[in-house]
Design a binder for this molecule. Structure first.
Ligand code: SAM
Length: 174
């Protein structure tokens, strides 16, 4: 397992795991990477990842923090992933980023797109298939609010809605 994150957060994760378990499990490789600047392929290789093996990539809650250039640079790396690799990633809707739809959450907009512009990148659900296809990935499934209500909220007998702001996508490498 390769855990990729900003150096500051890798250090925090390492400290937390050390405190809880007394050391790093041998199967976990912590990989400090800034997607804006670093070369993901080189950093993963340095930590023992074999690019020729099928890999399951989980990129949860990250794309919105990046510039489009950094998202595309990461997808350029993913373009070289072994056939049969899988990817789950999340993204926020593009019209939240440009401020034309706040998805009922003014406070989230102020926090992430206010004075401190923390979020940068967004996509629309209907452009995800073409976006990943540019990098030889095939979109298999997406999960938006209806999916979460149907699979998790309704079966728990709860009467709640789910936000339409952040979606999850699942793709396979051709
Ligand atoms: C909402 S959290 C998601 C947490 C994540 N799913 C995890 O397992 O730690 C956003 C994550 O994006 C990471 N992130 C933001 N900008 C980044 C960058 N330029 N390079 C690498 N990671 C970044 C943050 O460090 C943080 O861990």
């Amino acid at each position: 397992m390769f855990e990729v994150d900003l150096p500051i957060n890798i250090a925090r994760k390492e400290a937390l795991v050390r405190r809880a378990l007394g050391g790093q499990p041998a199967s976990v490789h912590l990989v400090p990477v800034d997607f804006e600047r670093d070369e993901l392929a080189a950093e993963l290789a340095k930590h023992g990842h074999r690019a020729e093996g099928r890999t399951f990539f989980i990129w949860e809650g990250v794309t919105q923090y990046l510039t489009e250039d950094a998202v595309r640079a990461t997808f350029s790396y993913l373009q070289g992933a072994a056939s049969g690799s899988r990817l789950v990633f999340t993204y926020v809707q593009r019209d939240f980023i440009d401020g034309t739809n706040l998805y009922g959450s003014k406070s989230a907009y102020r926090k992430f797109r206010g004075k401190r512009q923390i979020w940068h990148f967004g996509l629309y659900p209907d452009e995800v298939a073409d976006f990943v296809a540019e990098y030889d990935w095939q979109l298999v499934e997406q999960a938006g609010p209806d999916y979460f209500v149907r699979h998790y909220i309704a079966p728990a007998g709860r009467n709640l809605t789910a936000s339409n702001l952040e979606w999850s996508a699942y793709a396979e490498k051709a």
